[in-house]
Write a protein that binds this ligand. Structure first.
Ligand code: FES
Length: 236
C-alpha cells in the first residue's frame, strides 16, 4: 500500500511485528511489509508511525536482507510497539560493496550496534567468506560461523581482512582514523567502508545540512552521498 511521502521513492505501509531488547538496552524490531522491498545493505528507510505525532521520521537501517519481514536495527523510537503501523519510504543512500572475491571479512560495531552489518554477515557467509565481528559485548542471533573478537583486536584485523565494514562510532575519541590506529594520510590497501548512521531528518532531500561530513573532495551529505563512504575518502 502506498503511504504517500518521499516523492519518486517506493512508499509502503509496514507493521511492527516484534520489538526486542538489545544487550546495550536499545530496542530493535521486525517489520512486516506488504511486498519484498528492494534495497542493499547499508541503505536506509525513513519510517513514521501512522497517526502518531512523532515527526521527524525515524532513520531505519535494515538488519536483514530483503524479505516479507525486515529486521529494524537498534535504536528504535521508544514509542514503537507491536501492531503499530508505519509509513515507510525509501530506500535511500549508498550501500556497501562487498567484493564477490572477498574471503576474509572484518566487521566492526563500536557501541554494539551490529544491526546494519548483519546483512553483510549473510552475504559474506553465502559466498564462503570467513567473518570476524569486532565489538565489545554480546551480539545475539549470530550464526555460529561468525567469530567474535573484542574491539581491541581490530588493529590486527587490518592485517587479516580483505574487506572491512565499520558501523562508525558516534563520537570516537580523536579522529576516526586515530581510533582505528591509522595515521592521518595512511591509505588502507583493501576496501574499507564506513557506515555513518544517525538521524537524517530531511530524508535525503539535502535541505538541512545536519549530516555534512568532511571528505577528501570537500563536504558531502551522509544522507544523500552516503551513508556508506570509503574510509580512504573520509577526512575524519
Ligand atoms: S539530513 Fe538533511 S541534508 Fe542530510
Amino acid at each position: 500500500m502506498r503511504a504517500g511521502f518521499g516523492a519518486g521513492m517506493a512508499d509502503w505501509t509496514a507493521t511492527v511485528h516484534e520489538i526486542s531488547l538489545e544487550e546495550n538496552g536499545e530496542t530493535a524490531g521486525r517489520l512486516a511489509v506488504p511486498g519484498k522491498l528492494v534495497y542493499a545493505p547499508g541503505q536506509y528507510f525513513l519510517a513514521q508511525a501512522i497517526g502518531e505525532p512523532t515527526p521527524p521520521a525515524h532513520t531505519l537501517f535494515p538488519s536483514t536482507l530483503p524479505g516479507l519481514e525486515i529486521g529494524a536495527s537498534a535504536p528504535l523510537p521508544s514509542g514503537w510497539q507491536p501492531g503499530m503501523q508505519l509509513a515507510l519510504s525509501g530506500p535511500f543512500g549508498s550501500s556497501f560493496h562487498l567484493p564477490s572475491s572477498s574471503r576474509r571479512v572484518a566487521l566492526a560495531a563500536p557501541a554494539g550496534r551490529t544491526g546494519p552489518l548483519l546483512p553483510l554477515v549473510e552475504l559474506s557467509l553465502k559466498q564462503g567468506a570467513d567473518v570476524t565481528l569486532y565489538l565489545n559485548g554480546f551480539a545475539a542471533g549470530l550464526p555460529a560461523a561468525v567469530e567474535v573478537q573484542p574491539l581491541s583486536g581490530l588493529r590486527a584485523g587490518f592485517a587479516w581482512a580483505d574487506y572491512m565494514a565499520i558501523n562508525a562510532p558516534d563520537n570516537p575519541p580523536g579522529s576516526l582514523r586515530s581510533w582505528l590506529g591509522l595515521e592521518h594520510q595512511q591509505a588502507v590497501p583493501f576496501l574499507v567502508e564506513v557506515l555513518l548512521t544517525g538521524s537524517f531528518p530531511c530524508g535525503g532531500l539535502a535541505a538541512c545540512g545536519v549530516c555534512a561530513v568532511k571528505t577528501r573532495r570537500g563536504y558531502k551529505l551522509a544522507c544523500k552521498d552516503g551513508p556508506v563512504f570509503l574510509l580512504n575518502n573520509l577526512e575524519l
